[in-house]
Design a protein around this ligand. Structure first.
Ligand SMILES: Nc1nc2c(ncn2[C@@H]2O[C@H](COP(=O)(O)OP(=O)(O)OP(=O)(O)O)[C@@H](O)[C@H]2O)c(=O)[nH]1
Ligand SMILES: [Mg+2]
Length: 393
């Protein structure tokens, strides 16, 4: 705070001086009168002195700002009030917004109980959420609210959609000699066992096949146990076996046995993460020529996400079909169906046990559809659509 003093002849004069200079900010503290000049108390002049202080500037600033803000507010309000169009547009936007959110709420409320029930069935069968969404969207697009009341019909149609995705519509490979089938896949999925099963059913002419002249080839020569395993199968089934280590070996073996009907190539189990080894094996397999059919073996127990990753990692082998192994080890097949549908892969064979050669069958949509828990399947209708299916005990 600033203290100041002003003098004058009269009280009034001094006050006026102060007011002119400082306005209302000057606050009077005290005043006094005194005489000045003259001789021996004579001829002197009466004077007045006022002491005052100036109020701090800060409150004035705040007040100024507040009043400025009030002014701005008033100006804006005036502007808005003048601009009726803007107000109308804003009102319109607000009501549209309310309408949209209302519709959403109504739609959510209108989700039919059959859709919830279907979703629960799919989830229970371990279908991936992506495939469940796809199927439910398809139902919404194809079923009226009234149609949805017939849950039995809804199940039948969904089963048909699932089945249609499994139908093997691949063109049959041109018959050639030798037909070469190569089985690749992650470690321990059952490649060697499946090769042995396939060798047996083709040699013996099981599952409506013609008897074939068959040879097995292994490139799994590094692991003693692995070699013994396939040698045992070969000797029990009396199927000739060749071991190859290089691309040249494989090319020579195929050339040497050009009059064989079917050459089945077993490969080394590789972790799909082992990219270098996979690339080495791929180089060897190139020697089988472009006409070799490569199948990917995958266990039915694999999670959807892992299956998708395996599909991706083995893509360089350009496999044309999938063999689903170990179907006996799971009661839920939604994971398999989801992954197959997502990558549009075709299942050719299914294995469901350790018995060679019994536990193998051609993939049939009913094999998967019958495995779905909780779905009511109209078997005669499905067989009409996909052909007869004989389940093995
Ligand atoms: N439950 C069941 N077991 C199977 C099936 N197929 C193979 N197996 C078993 O799975 C195990 C591994 O089988 P392999 O044929 O050696 O598997 P692999 O893919 O050749 O294994 P690696 O060569 O080590 O990669 C063995 O114990 C088989 O008996 C099947 O369909 N169901
Ligand atoms: Mg093996």
């Amino acid at each position: 705070m600033q203290y100041l003093v002003e003098q004058g002849s009269t009280h009034r004069e001094v006050l006026e001086k102060i007011r002119t200079q400082y306005g209302d900010t000057a606050k009077i503290l005290s005043h006094r009168s005194f005489r000045t000049g003259g001789i021996l108390g004579l001829f002197g002049k009466d004077r007045v002195e006022i002491t005052f202080y100036i109020k701090d500037e800060a409150p004035r600033e705040t007040e100024k700002k507040r009043s400025e803000l009030e002014d701005d507010k008033r100006r804006i309000l005036e502007k808005i009030n003048q601009d009726r169009t803007l107000i109308e547009v804003l009102t319109e936007v607000r009501s549209l917004k309310e309408m949209v959110s209302d519709t959403h709420t109504r739609e959510a409320a209108a989700e039919h109980a059959s859709l919830d029930a279907l979703d629960a069935l799919l989830e229970d069968n371990e279908f991936s959420s992506a495939y469940r969404h796809e199927l439910l969207d398809k139902v919404r697009a194809n079923f009226s609210l009234e149609d949805l009341n017939d849950f039995q019909r809804l199940q039948e149609v969904v089963l048909e959609w699932l089945g249609d995705r499994l139908v093997n519509n691949q063109s049959k490979p041109k018959p050639q000699r030798p037909r070469v089938i190569v089985l690749v896949g992650p470690t321990g999925v059952g490649k060697t066992t499946t090769i042995a099963k396939m060798a047996a059913i083709h040699k013996l002419g099981m599952l409506d096949l013609e008897p074939h002249d068959v040879r097995m080839v292994t490139i799994d020569t590094f692991r003693i146990g692995a070699r013994q395993q396939i040698e045992t199968y070969a000797s029990i089934m009396q199927v000739p076996l060749s071991s190859v280590e290089t691309a040249k070996d494989l090319r020579d073996t195929i050339a040497l046995h050009h009059d064989t009907d079917l050459i089945l190539v077993d490969t080394i189990g590789k972790s799909p993460k082992d990219a270098v080894r996979l690339a080495e094996m791929q180089q060897i397999l190139e020697a089988a020529g472009t006409h070799a059919e490569v199948y990917l073996a995958i266990a039915a127990t694999t999670k959807t996400q892992d299956m998708l990753e395996i599909f991706r990692q083995f893509e360089p082998f350009r496999y044309s079909g999938v063999v689903v192994t170990k179907m006996d080890e799971t009661t839920r097949v939604g994971n398999v169906l989801s992954a197959l549908a997502e990558r549009n892969k075709q299942v050719l064979w299914i294995t469901d046990g350790q018995r060679v050669p019994l536990d193998i069958e051609r993939a049939h949509p009913l094999r998967f559809l019958m495995n779905l828990e909780g779905f009511r399947l109209n078997r005669p209708k499905m067989e009409e659509r996909y052909g007869e299916y004989s389940d093995r005990a």
